[in-house]
Design a protein around this ligand. Sequence first.
Ligand code: SDX
Length: 428
Amino acid sequence: MTNKSATLNTGNGTIDLPILSGTVGPDVIDVRKLYGGTGMFTYDPGFTSTASCESKITYIDGDKGILLHRGYPIEQLAEKSNFMEVAYLLLHGELPTKEQYEQFRYTITRHTMVHEQLANFYRGFRRDAHPMAIMCGVVGALSAFYHDSTDINDPEQRKIASHRMIAKIPTIAAMAYKYSVGQPFQYPDNSLSYTGNFLKMTFAVPAEPYEVDPVVERALDRIFILHADHEQNASTSTVRLAGSSGANPFACIAAGIACLWGPAHGGANEAALNMLREIGTPSRIKEYIARAKDKNDPFRLMGFGHRVYKNYDPRAKVMQQTAKEVLERLNVKDPIFDVARELEHIALNDDYFIEKKLYPNVDFYSGIILNAIGFPTTMFTVLFALARTVGWVAQWNEMIEDPSQKIGRPRQLYVGATQRDYVDINQR
Ligand code: SDX
């Protein structure tokens, strides 16, 4: 922290507000005493200039296109690490030793099964229910099955709940897919990697053996790394706000899933592929670029733009390279990839996108890879939620362990009616 301060002149006097510095990134003006000292609130709809918490987990420099998890660049983690190791890093703050890694993998692997009665929840949904609707419902119900790990004040129960959530989310996600296609649920196979097990639970059928394709396993594991955590985004802030009331961790993760579903957030990967399919050929790109620039047209280029990145999203770069590799290795000729590359090229040379600093984000290329692997578009955000569960759990633990933590309760700028008396209906 520093001994710098900002002096605010409100017109009725001045107040000195401390300026706090982190290890890297923008300083913050500590406004905790503002209301007590001036009777005024800060006002920041969408929280474009607001830091909600202290955190050590993820650092983003939007202008430079930098993303660090516990200090390690996302490009290095995507190339050299694996999702289970990144999960350990996010939760514990350091890369694991071999022994720590094996112990963590063993623990997570032995929590992959879900209570057998949980399967009954799926049968209450229509077969054509969106898998994200199923995820919201089933994850929200987990506290009814694992009540012995919901006391958030007990560090041991927090640890078990964290492991259960990370271990079971692939099983729950694969079951949502199986239910939607009318195939039987597949039990976890603990001889496989976290990502290999998810692929088998999703695509294996009892009628024949299933072999995990190492190319697909590596690509999907890298996609999970790219989606693991991202500072205080909308869904992570939702998880923190829900957790600040003392709600159980399963309910908090369900709240995060609900928020992630929105097309402005995690739902953008599904929306981006649907948009690319609607464009169909490079010849129609200019028409959609014009629509994206038209103030009277609500259309936006899905997978483009970001609240924080005003440079290329570093995850999008890795995603584009992975898409190229997967399509080549699987010998998939997807014209949509060509449309995406051409759209990116045109947009990045268009004044509107340059001026507004709009670049492809993590959702622009991911759908092309997931489609090539065989996932339907309705599963794309489910996969985002699967990976982001690790980040949500890490952020939730950090919030609970923060001694200054208190229930989140924003105020407002009230612009409604001032006090007035009730009028009987016969006088209205
Ligand atoms: C994710 O926060 C995170 O970290 C999220 C995420 C994570 O890992 O958790 O990174 C994951 O959610 C990525 C973003 C996925 N969403 C999309 O791809 C949907 C399309 N993009 C947008 O809707 C938009 O860019 C947002 C929601 C991502 C960001 O919106 P902001 O920060 O509120 O910016 P804005 O809406 O104020 O836009 C600024 C300007 C506006 O023009 P003006 O009103 O200033 O004239 O840029 C324009 C917008 O109209 N603009 C776009 C655009 N995105 C912004 N114009 C056309 N196409 C777009 N995609």
